[in-house]
Design a protein around this ligand. Structure first.
Ligand code: TXA
Ligand code: MG
Length: 351
């Protein structure tokens, strides 16, 4: 068993000595967890099959679930894909470095261990300075899924990574809390009309403004389990706390009343109940451990708090969590997509 070392790094001015050591671990085929602007990633050299395999092992991730390759400059893209359509240049100009991942046909340089057996590769240039410096020092191509145990909520602080991967990886770079808090938007550019495979901070509207028509994969928001999402990772129960999670959807007062009623029943049966409310409603709950996820008017804040909130219930050993839903536009789609997955699509509609 190896001991995990946690090193603090300031994003404004990353300590290059620490970054060089981390880059050395990556180049020699090892794993390093590092912050990005979305969530913490678990990095390995994307060009070394054996290094990618270690990621799957540490996370307990199914081997058919491909990894995102992180680059630090646009020029490096041409070595790992076979074609760079005009839309990719436009999108990179608009959103890179940043929370957008693009899927393109992969070149032979990317091993199938990294692409999960697919002939395509997902690529992203993150904006976090620690991430960019590490990619540079690590050889230019870092494969990195979110740095959580497979199925758990993604980590938004270094401590979440430590809880999940302690003594399974040699190094965690602690750059403090991430800014966005949910994973990048994934856009598949191998189809005639580009398709969003995972919603995120970069919304459908923002993408359309740059490249015109964009579709959304019907599998990602569907409650119908026969409609499979295209991104392999989106088909698993994911982002999930230990407790059972149930979403309650409808008019605000009715949702609060129903959650109060459900919570009371569960508590009577001896269960530990958690509730995810908002600033607007938190004071209206009469039972259980209530956590406010933020103000409904600030959906970026809700996204930022989402995984932290889900992980809070693990600490308090909750049996069942009831959560309000967030059918807000823009980022609301990303928030709802993650909550639906975390809940295994358990939704109660009140009318
Ligand atoms: O914000 C992010 O994207 C973070 C940070 C660390 O960059 N990374 C991240 O990686 O969320 P991960 O592995 O947790 O999620 C990657 C998703 C999975 O659902 C995977 O199935 C999908 O991207 N994916 C990767 N390559 C793909 C491909 N070639 N075709 C379709 N889906 C792909
Ligand atoms: Mg993930």
């Amino acid at each position: 068993m190896q001991r995990t070392v946690v090193k603090k790094v300031r994003e404004k001015e990353p300590d290059m000595e620490v970054i060089r050591q981390a880059g050395q671990i990556i180049r020699s085929g090892g794993l390093v967890a590092f912050p990005t602007e979305t969530v913490y990633g678990l990095g390995a050299d994307a060009l070394q099959p054996e290094a990618s395999k270690k990621i799957y092992e540490a996370k307990g991730r199914p081997s058919d679930n491909p990894l995102i390759v992180h680059i630090c400059c646009f020029e490096d893209l041409k070595h790992i894909v076979t074609t760079i359509p005009k839309a990719v240049r436009l999108l990179a100009d608009a959103f890179w470095p940043g929370p957008l991942t693009m899927i393109l046909p992969k070149s032979n340089k990317i091993p199938y261990e990294t692409s999960g057996g697919l002939d395509t590769v997902a690529v992203r240039m993150p904006s976090n300075k620690i991430a960019l410096a590490l990619i540079q020092e690590g050889g230019g191509y870092i494969a990195a899924p979110s740095a959580n145990t497979s199925g758990k909520p993604s980590p938004t602080v270094a401590d979440h990574v430590y809880v999940d991967l302690k003594n399974k990886i040699p190094l965690i770079l602690d750059g403090g809390a991430v800014g966005i808090g949910i994973e990048s938007t994934i856009l598949d550019l191998t189809e005639e009309v580009p398709v969003v495979l995972r919603p995120g901070f970069i919304t459908l509207e923002m993408l359309s403004e740059v490249i015109g028509e964009v579709r959304i994969d019907p599998g990602i928001m569907s409650v119908d389990t026969n409609i499979k999402p295209k991104a392999p990772g989106m088909k698993y129960r994911h982002y999930a706390p230990c407790a059972e999670l149930v979403l309650v959807e409808g008019v605000q007062e009715k949702v609060v009343a129903r959650i109060n009623e459900l919570a009371r029943k569960q508590i009577k049966e001896g269960k530990k109940v958690g509730i995810i409310g908002t600033q607007e409603t938190a004071g209206c709950y009469e039972y259980g451990f209530v956590v406010s996820i933020g103000n409904r008017q600030e959906e970026e804040m809700i996204a930022h708090n989402l995984y932290k909130t889900l992980r809070k219930f693990d600490e308090s050993e909750t049996d069942i969590i009831y959560s309000e839903s967030f059918a807000t536009p823009r980022m609301g789609q990303a928030i709802m997509n993650r909550l639906l997955k975390a809940a295994g699509h358990q939704v109660i509609r009140v009318s």
